[in-house]
Design a protein around this ligand. Structure first.
Ligand SMILES: NC(=O)c1ccc[n+]([C@@H]2O[C@H](COP(=O)([O-])OP(=O)(O)OC[C@H]3O[C@@H](n4cnc5c(N)ncnc54)[C@H](OP(=O)(O)O)[C@@H]3O)[C@@H](O)[C@H]2O)c1
Length: 319
């Protein structure tokens, strides 16, 4: 099979195609023929940084070849002896082994069955592949940790990005009020996704606009951003960060004073959460906005594209 191997950490030129044997599924795994893959900022950070690569992929010394990618949609072509949920021919999607060595940049990939869900019939493989790491992050942030409920006022940063565009839709689905930041160019996009209010982060300080949010989903790593997100929360609010850690003592003091629940989320593979996302895709409550689709041999170009930090919705690879 054709796979895109990272020969060493660095630039996109280190992503090189190789002919490898088709992997064999372990007892609790299925073998998937990959139809679509999604690209995330983490793919590029892992590609370019050896320490982060080892941390995220949890590589054993000398482990080779290194194949990036976690987000797939495809068709089951074989099953391990202990697999009970899927059979040959099923169309499945999920985020495979995150954190860990996902190996999704390949024509075939194995995946533990408990990390997958059936692809909704009304979603293309591209739309399903998109709704994996980014959608799981939005789901785990708002539902698992922030315990979102009807009537909550939710501030979602970067509403036009991969995570943000799913978060707006999930907040709307739960009957919450979604307020979101984006550039003025993306105002129409985030409002059309279901945001109740748009804040242009280039001309407005969001904490001047809102100071009584129940939940803030923070995905911006500029200095002092978490402090400002704390200011945007009401007493007893919930702050979920997907970028920065809560280590600064002055920040922690503010969090204690406002009795805020603060959590730094690291998204993790979870088949039950994938099934919740599949259900939302099926009912139409959730939709993947795909701004660009690249062929398999142009993953390096897709990396360069997402590295601009300007992605609207998701970037997907079609095989
Ligand atoms: N901890 C975890 O488990 C986890 C999981 C997923 C993602 N992440 C991280 O979360 C971040 C977002 O991920 P993503 O997949 O959504 O990225 P993405 O799709 O690349 O996000 C791009 C979007 O960010 C917006 N943006 C850039 N700077 C902004 C700012 N200062 N304020 C508001 N919006 C801004 C841009 O909108 P405009 O063009 O309108 O500015 C663009 O639409 C990344 O750093 C990623 O690594 C962490």
């Amino acid at each position: 099979m054709k796979a895109l191997v990272l020969v060493k950490p660095g630039g996109v030129e280190n992503l090189q195609f190789a002919e490898l044997p088709i992997p064999q599924p372990a007892e609790n795994e299925v073998l998937i023929q990959t139809k679509a893959i999604s690209i995330n900022p983490v793919d590029t950070v892992v590609r370019g940084n050896e320490a982060f690569l080892n941390f995220v992929l949890q590589l054993q010394p000398g482990e080779s070849p290194v194949i990036l990618g976690w987000d797939v949609s495809g068709v089951v072509t074989a099953t391990g002896a202990a697999v009970t949920r899927f059979k040959k021919g099923d169309e499945v999607f999920g985020m495979i082994r995150f954190t860990g060595h996902g190996k999704a940049y390949a024509e075939y990939v194995t995946a533990p069955e408990y990390q997958l869900a059936l692809k909704p019939a009304n979603s293309s493989h591209e739309e399903a592949a998109a709704a994996t790491l980014a959608a799981l992050t939005a789901w785990q942030a708002l539902v698992t940790y922030a315990k979102i409920k009807k009537g909550d006022k939710v501030l979602i940063h970067s509403g036009a990005g991969g995570v943000g565009h799913y978060a707006i839709q999930i907040a709307k689905h739960f009957g919450a009020t979604a307020i979101t930041t984006s550039s003025p160019e993306n105002k129409g996009f985030v409002l059309q996704l279901g945001a109740h209010q748009h804040i242009d982060y280039k001309t407005q300080r969001f904490e001047d606009v809102i100071n009584d949010a129940d939940i803030v989903l923070d995905s911006v790593s500029t200095p002092g951003h978490l402090d400002r997100s704390v200011a945007a929360l009401k007493n007893g609010g919930r702050l979920i960060s997907i970028v920065e850690f809560f280590t600064d003592e002055a920040l922690l003091q503010k969090i204690r004073e406002k009795n805020i629940f603060a959590h730094r989320l690291g998204v993790s593979s979870n088949g039950a959460d994938m099934e919740s996302i599949a259900e939302l895709l099926l009912t139409g409550a959730l939709h993947s906005h795909i701004s660009q689709t690249f062929p398999f041999d142009q993953i390096p170009a897709a990396h360069q594209n997402i590295e601009t930090g300007r992605t609207k919705g998701k970037i997907v690879i079609r095989l």
